[in-house]
Write a new protein. Structure first.
Length: 83
């Protein structure tokens, strides 16, 4: 199973072989990729291979650096920067 979308519904004339990329960027079917990852993790668990999480492995930057960066680039939750 390929994680690339091979279909372009309604565009068969323009894309007879399917839609593989847009402006050079590959089009990935995220649902199939997520399902495949779940299958891999389930098979790893069946075989006794542990899932190793790296969450919390890395240190956070110092608080003063975070405050300075936030002062330079404020985020207001709207996706807009207001200086």
């Amino acid at each position: 199973m390929s994680p690339v979308v091979h279909m372009a519904p309604g565009c068969e004339d323009a894309y007879p072989n399917g839609l593989y990329d847009v402006d050079g960027v590959p089009v990935v079917d995220v649902i199939s990729t997520a399902v495949r990852m779940a299958e891999v993790l389930a098979s790893m668990k069946e075989k006794g291979i542990p899932w190793i999480s790296r969450v919390g492995t890395f240190n956070s930057p110092p608080e003063d650096l975070l405050a300075e960066t936030e002062a330079l680039f404020p985020y207001h939750g709207s996706g807009e920067q207001k200086y």
